[in-house]
Design a protein around this ligand. Sequence first.
Ligand code: MN
Length: 733
Amino acid sequence: MQIDIEAERKEILHRYKLLIKACKRRLEKGDQEIIRKAFGVAVESHKEMRRKSGEPYIYHPIAVAQICAEEIGLGRVGIVCALLHDTVEDTDLTLDDIKGLFGEKVAQIIDGLTKISGVIDNTSSIQAENFRKVLLTMSEDIRVILIKLADRLHNMRTLEHMKRDKQIKIASETLFLYAPLAHRLGLNTIKTELENLGLKYTDTEAYNEIGTKLSESEPERKKFIQKFIEPLKDILAEQGLKFKIFGRAKSIYGIYNKMKTKRVSFEEIYDLFAIRIVIDSPHDQEKSDCWKVYSIITDFYHPSPERLRDWISTPKSNGYESLHTTVMGPSGKWVEVQIRTTRMDDLAENGYAAHWKYKDSAADKESKLESWLLKIKEMLENPDPNALEFIDDFKLNLFSDEMFVFTPKGDMKTMPVNATALDFAFEIHTKVGEHCIGAKVNHKLVPLSHELSSGDQVEILTSTKQSPKDDWLSFVITAKAKSKIKNSLKDQRKKIAEEGKDIVQRKFERQKLEFTNKNINAFCSFLKLNSSQELYYRAALGNVELKEIKEFVKHQENPIKKKKKTETANIEQLVTTARGNTDMLVIGDDLQKLDYKLAPCCNPIPGDDVFGFITVGEGIKIHRVNCPNAIKLLSNYAYRVVNAKWVNDQLISFLAGVKIIGTDELGIVNNITKVISNENNINMRSINFDTHDGLFEGTIMIFVHDTKHLNHLITNLKKVKGVTKVERIDEKH
Ligand code: MN
């Protein structure tokens, strides 16, 4: 390909001008010169580099800076850092150079960005540990994660140029960590785009299908909204309210998620969209104006008593403010109505980016963000050896809905929904949690495990005699309580283990066995224990017997050779030892033919989009990309994921499941089995039919060759009289 250097130079300058235009109104005197300088440094240091698409590399940092300016609302320092974000990582420029050129603060942020930049390409360490790093760095300066989000967004927008396995890894990681983070920071627009792009690459088919259906059903939605709005318009105007009213469709990912978790089809989702009313209201009248609108709407449409959410009086901890209600719409359909002011709408969509516009409430938001970051810091300072577990706990809190609970003095605490009295105790103070024996909720005595509801007033009862117990972990849900309890249990075990050490030593001496590290470790592995601490702990509980030591001594003198266990499999090993015995699938970057097993959680069949996952004991397992476990596997163990692709269509059969739903017509079972037996080469493995109240439900496990074969069958099953729905199911039931 011929490269026109002059045209590229012009394009680079053009893009730079657009960037300056985007951030101009927020720049102060002298800012533009510094940005210009950063731009010059970035252009110079990336000048020989190109992106996978063949474009000059500098397009990427400019685009990231553009997102930072336009969609996140960062100022001078943020833009400078965005332009330079890949320099230390990818070019000869050092952190000291940056410090010399742009000062301490910029260097600190670039350092943070460099530390977390290796998340994807790092093939040797566990992803979870990297995630921890992301969070840790984030709690130092929020701009690190904001720039990182912009970086990720641009990489997702240009993901089509990457190889398929990279696409899957990056997209999964985006869904697993970055989209929830964007959500937590109130960056709704960015979150939605990250999720939709994430889905596009992890389940392309579903993404396309939902997208098509969404645009096909748009005229109908428009009509409905028109009808809904009609009677309201005049009355709202009469009240002197300036307002915008429109429909907001759920995002493709939002719909996908609902279809998966609720196991419903696109057509069955009743809340495909919400009606949003945005009013112009002076700051001191916001609340009363919103409730005025509420009252007008509910004069026309009957509200559902359980579905009223007031996030205006008590905003969510990511700053979200809005009034939500669900009303019975014109055609007998429930529809959600969101009422908010222009300011609230702006903050909800753009979060941090909108801060600078609304000075007075920004301070308030800032402090909430600060306290959230402080919480993260606290959690990170308690290093948990099991980083993966930590991420799970943390994510739980990222996603959960919130409620408000009060102390006896009336202080409000934000807690995740389903939090228990014990969670609340740990929220107040670690010591209160550790000594908690019960609680009074609204003056009534309840156990530790009691689940709280929004609005509860909770008094915690403590006793110095109390200490954390193993089973506490089964009913706390906040990351804070979990990590504190785990730490305390660990300390307890340690103390007990110290007593056990003496016991083991005495027993060793009685058998004339030297009490050395070597002997202790050998004894541990003889008993299949992980550590000497575990051994001592067992000894303290009286579970190490003399007999075991005697056997160990005998074994030491006369060891039976044991086969060496391979603890971790690596790709090279598998390549050389497990030469393939089948031609169906090729695996790895060089597309080798290897041995594999099909994962039972998603039953992949030829034609499915799949990947290989290197397991510890069972070689390579093949999963579907849209397997329920896939996102977790892909993002936590990216280094164990290998490319896999179906090659030819030998007539080998694979097990697949199909669920059929319909009305209980006469002869329906007969007709269904007829369709299956008429299909070529299909063998039924099991069939299960159930009817109740005139409804019919069937599950069939069949052997098919590939997805084409399966889809053909599904199409024919749908034609059977009485059948309303046929779908492929993931798991055997
Ligand atoms: Mn980058």
